[in-house]
Design a protein around this ligand. Structure first.
Ligand SMILES: Cc1ncc(COP(=O)(O)O)c(C=O)c1O
Length: 402
């Protein structure tokens, strides 16, 4: 067996099940589970109709490259949303559909496995806390994983530029997560451009996971391609972005997204993908085409998240210090007693399930940056979200008053 498989950790939700599995939740309260980042707002009717009307497609094998109409729709969306030049994204060269960005974030690391001629393992950089796929991807690609902490001292933006030169020189791939899961932090345009310059200097590729980019509160977060374009970098070299319909369009079950950017990297990645059998079903491609062409359902979605965020902050802030996320639908809450014991007590006393931050982060450089926190997903209905926040505040007061 591949010895690197032993490095894979249980998924955060398995750790959560182990933490609360034996605990009896308060039977007098209805259960509220806000641990998973699964959108619960309804899917727009026009997207469901587009899918239902395309069912005849199941009699054909889809291609790995996907239909041109989908690639054109995604390219048009990118150009508008990120202020790229018209026709700057070539739908034949700069874009590939993927079956949800999770599989793509995993498989992209396969391009950077160890070279026989080089005794050193290539390095993959990941934020910490992080989306767990980056870690598994780096291990299975047999690379060396280096975490960079996101904490209150750096405004939850990992400072990759502060790494030792040796590490940066050995880096093959940097996973960027902006807006970040779980912290909601966003790199600004200048910071993204500095990262691109760092990638040039040390010769690595940036994989920018931007699946939360459309759930924003004050202004739309910039993206990596936008930063590259604004630098006059028309070939988007070294830059890849990963976009998804899971959060933007409430369609996690459709498993649909795309990767866009550097055409040379994408050409190699395309070759890999032709072997892995990951072509997108035709009816999903039709729904995805409709989704990338429509902004009204995305705006409606944002309005609901904004209301929930405002209400959550109003309920929590008298008891806890809440840092407002710039984007995404999570609250990253520092809680009394640390995330693990708080999550356990919250489940036991208040029947609310949240994820301890430590399950999303690792010990690194003398700290576990997730340990003081819990991650709360504002995905439930307005009513359930309000109820969950009230119970979290009550639990915090109980612990503070002990
Ligand atoms: C940071 C981050 N990236 C990527 C994904 C994967 O999304 P999908 O595979 O549904 O596109 C998720 C899902 O929760 C996520 O939180």
């Amino acid at each position: 067996m591949n010895p690197y498989l032993d490095r894979l950790q249980p998924y955060p939700f398995e750790k959560l099940a182990a933490l609360i599995g034996e605990v009896e939740p308060n039977p007098n309260l209805t259960p509220l589970n806000i641990s998973i980042g699964e959108p619960k707002h309804p899917v727009a009717k026009k997207l469901r109709d587009a899918m239902a009307n395309a069912l005849d497609g199941i009699s054909r094998y889809p291609t790995t490259r996907g239909e041109l109409t989908l690639r054109r729709a995604a390219a048009g969306w990118l150009e508008n949303r990120f202020e790229l030049g018209k026709d700057s994204i070539d739908p034949d060269k700069n874009i590939l559909p993927v079956n949800g960005t999770r599989e793509a974030l995993f498989s992209i690391a396969q391009l950077f496995t160890k070279q026989k001629s080089d005794p050193k393992e290539p390095i993959v950089l990941s934020p910490n806390p992080f989306y767990q796929i980056y870690e598994g991807a780096a291990h299975i690609a047999q690379t060396k994983l280096v975490f960079v902490n996101a904490n209150a001292d750096n405004n939850f933006l990992p400072e990759y530029h502060k790494l030792d030169k040796d590490i940066l020189d050995g880096t093959a791939l940097l996973y960027l997560c902006t807006p970040a899961n779980p912290t909601g932090a966003v790199y600004n345009l200048e910071q993204l451009q500095q990262l691109i310059e760092l990638a040039d200097k040390h010769d690595f590729i940036i994989a920018s996971d931007e699946c939360y980019s459309e759930i924003w509160y004050n202004s739309p977060p910039p993206g990596l391609l936008q930063a590259a374009w604004a630098m006059g970098r028309k070939d988007f070299s070294r830059c890849l972005v990963f976009h998804s319909l899971s959060k933007r369009s409430n369609m996690p079950g459709a498993r649909s997204g795309f990767v866009a950017g550097d055409q040379d990297v994408l050409a190699t990645y395309f070759r890999l993908r032709t072997y892995t059998g990951c072509a997108t079903p035709p009816f999903i491609q039709q729904a995805a085409t409709a989704a990338w062409q429509d902004e009204s359902h995305v705006e409606e979605n944002r309005i609901q998240y904004r209301q929930k965020l405002q209400e959550s902050i109003a309920i929590l802030s008298p008891t806890l210090r809440v840092t407002q996320p710039e984007a995404g639908f999570y609250l990253w809450l520092k809680v009394p007693g640390g995330g693990v014991s708080f999550a356990r007590r919250l489940y036991e006393g208040y029947n609310v399930t949240v994820l301890p931050g430590a399950f999303l982060s690792r010990d690194n450089n003398g700290e576990n940056p997730g340990a003081p926190y819990i991650r709360v997903a504002m995905v439930a209905s307005t009513k359930d979200n309000r109820e969950a926040m009230e119970r979290i505040a009550a639990c915090a007061r109980e612990i503070q008053n002990k």
